[in-house]
Design a protein around this ligand. Structure first.
Ligand SMILES: Nc1ncnc2c1ncn2[C@@H]1O[C@H](COP(=O)(O)OP(=O)(O)OP(=O)(O)O)[C@@H](O)[C@H]1O
Ligand SMILES: [Mg+2]
Length: 336
């Protein structure tokens, strides 16, 4: 068991997060134009705030639009993508209205991204040590920087700086990118897209501890994307649950785990191996697939929801609540 195993909601807002909103996303939509296939609406109507020092988790199954949100915020989507929003405010600026040059000034310095696929973010033909110098300069030789890198298990990388990235494991490269993103320019917002998915439990715990440490010392805000509810429970203050490109529930970590509202959130929790005990019998699984979830009408979860009726397939549920805590579900609305 890792030394960082916390109870869900231990990392509560108010304990670390301030009231200052660092990032305010309003009505974000991402569409990919049709290539040979049909156009895809990957994200729609997504609104959330992230406060200073807060870790905001984004959870949802594969294809639900998590990476599209991160890449849209960084303005790093392919040309085929169209991004629309009422606003994406960061530090008093609307990120979507900035020029490319202004955005380059923010990317990597004020907002950092740890991308989902580490291999595509490092040059394959340049030794790792040289790439580290691009980011850290000569401070890579400082004992503080080396200590920080060693603390997240990068001793072996530091001992082989003349090797190319291909000579390291995916987990080592992923940790290297986290170190570069957080330790070099000290950004105020980190977008971490599945940053520990390729790591074993021990190293994952070291990395999560490093991130929480940086959050505490710098007041760093983190958008933490994961499909792993166990990790989300350990690190996040609040969580947004994505389904079919929509946020269907936003809640504090404690509320999400102890009082889930949306049927999809409940299904996700029911399918969590860590919550399974032999007495419970078979681990529950979610019937059907998410195919077609990004259709325009109705609740995206309706085709798989045991509680759905005609209204759910025809009418998109309204947001119940606000940006801090909300759910989109006709059944929950009718019950309140
Ligand atoms: N460059 C692209 N061109 C066309 N469609 C894309 C592109 N990138 C993503 N998509 C589509 O957008 C939807 C959301 O993808 P996205 O990568 O944001 O999901 P995700 O939640 O990050 O999934 P995963 O958990 O697998 O990383 C998917 O249907 C995907 O096929
Ligand atoms: Mg992704």
């Amino acid at each position: 068991m890792s030394e960082l195993t916390l109870e869900p909601g231990t990392s509560t807002p108010g304990r670390h997060a301030s009231d200052d909103v660092v990032l305010r996303v309003s009505d974000l939509a991402v569409r990919y134009a049709a290539g040979r296939g049909a156009a895809v609406t990957a994200v729609r109507g997504v609104s959330f705030d992230v406060r200073r020092g807060e870790v905001f988790g984004v959870v949802g199954e594969s294809g639900s639009g998590k990476s599209s949100i991160c890449n849209a915020l960084m303005r790093m989507l392919p040309n085929s993508a169209r991004v629309e929003a009422t606003g994406v405010e960061f530090g008093g600026r609307d990120l979507l209205s900035l020029t490319d040059k202004q955005m380059r000034g923010i990317r990597g310095t004020e907002i950092a991204l740890v991308p989902q696929r580490p291999m595509t973010s490092l040059s394959p033909t340049t030794p790792v040590g040289q790439q580290l110098r691009w980011y850290f300069g000569d401070s890579i030789d400082d004992s503080d920087v080396r200590d920080s890198l060693a603390r997240i298990g990068l001793h072996s990388v530091l001992g082989r700086l003349d090797n190319l990235p291909s000579r390291f494991s995916g987990g080592q490269l992923q940790r290297l990118l986290i170190a570069i993103a957080t330790l070099t320019n000290r950004p105020s917002l980190l977008l971490a897209d599945e940053p520990t998915t390729t790591l074993d439990a021990t190293v994952q715990a070291q990395v999560l501890k490093l991130l929480l440490g940086i959050r505490d010392t710098l007041g760093l805000s983190i958008v933490y994307v994961s499909h792993d509810l166990g990790v989300i429970a350990q690190i996040c203050d609040r969580v947004g649950v994505m389904y079919g490109g929509r946020l269907v529930e936003v809640a504090t970590t404690s509320d999400l785990f102890h009082r889930p509202q949306h049927p999809y959130t409940k299904a996700l929790l029911g399918a969590m191996p860590a919550r399974w005990t032999p007495e419970r019998g078979r681990l529950s699984t979610l019937r059907g697939t998410a195919a077609g979830a990004n259709r325009a009408t109705g609740c995206p979860f309706a085709p798989r929801c045991a509680l759905a009726d005609a209204r759910c397939t025809e009418e998109m549920p309204a947001v119940l609540g606000d940006r801090t805590s909300m759910v989109r579900c006709h059944r929950v609305e009718e019950a309140t």
